[in-house]
Design a protein around this ligand. Sequence first.
Ligand SMILES: Cc1cc2nc3c(=O)[nH]c(=O)nc-3n(C[C@H](O)[C@H](O)[C@H](O)COP(=O)(O)O)c2cc1C
Length: 332
Amino acid sequence: MPTDRKKAHLDLALKSHAGFEFADQRFNYEPLMSAHPVAGTSLARPFMGRELQLPVWVSSMTGGTPLAGEINRNLAMVCREFGMGMGLGSCRSILEDDTWLKHFALRSVIGPDLPLYANLGINQIEVMISQNKWNLISGLVSKLEADGLMVHVNPFQEFFQPEGDRLKYAPIDSIRKLIDRFPDMKIVVKEVGQGMGPHSLRALLELPLEAIEFGAYGGTNFSKLESLRQSGERIKALLPLAATGHTASDMLEAINDISKTSCVATRHLIISGGIKDFLDGYYLIGKSVLPAVYGQASAFLIHAQAGIDQLRQFVAAQAEGLRMAYAYLQIK
Ligand SMILES: Cc1cc2nc3c(=O)[nH]c(=O)nc-3n(C[C@H](O)[C@H](O)[C@H](O)COP(=O)(O)O)c2cc1C
């Protein structure tokens, strides 16, 4: 009712003073330059050899438990409905045994047209190389009907786990071997929440990767998570390591700088790790020299756990927010 709305406006007006300190300084707000976007306003773009309807990526999360299977299906379903890409969680458990395959076999759910990537840790890649089990890597990608393989590089996370794997070689060497062996496979390299510094980024950008996914510092932090899982002097002493890393803006700035002066062979970026909302994503994509989308893990997980309806509402609101941003906000 208009009268109720007017009364609510009077009651709430004094409580809603923005205060200068809260104005988001990243954008120019241009209210005169666009009509309201309608639901069908296209944000479509080509990305990683496919066509996305939203510049959004569902970042890798684990499978292999009954709950994870349902979460993965919900995530793949909204990817299909909204036209987003998806990275699977670590597929280590189905490398040699198909017990949990159904939790990861999401091609029929996401459909034939959107990017879907298998995922392995750098430690498994190292082991597969040393045991000459290349066929397990290519077999994984083909049994999942995936577009390619994401390799997560997580030396801190593994080190924080007393039972974690230990690397014998520098990850960059194993990644180079992987590319040499599979020159036609689409390969993405990512961190899992601490990002990467300029030397690692430069080394990756020289390689013909399909994408780098940031997994930047500022959101889910697996080293910190491991410290919550454990007690004892070792973990207490190691904890300062968990507070190191690179945010998504730091990483993007480094990549943009490197691209100005060096030849870059990597084709795309998935900007993830600590992306709070669509505005962070919109801003960082807009600043990127390379074609980019933004990715989130924990934000999707929270809604996916609550069921498909809540997940749909979350993604629909992100899409609306993005359309408004493209219509009215110019990146400074
Ligand atoms: C529950 C959970 C499980 C994850 N499992 C994996 C994994 O198996 N492989 C991987 O590459 N990254 C994994 N990640 C890391 C995410 O892909 C992402 O890089 C990181 O969480 C930062 O994103 P966020 O800040 O939006 O959560 C996981 C994240 C979460 C929250």
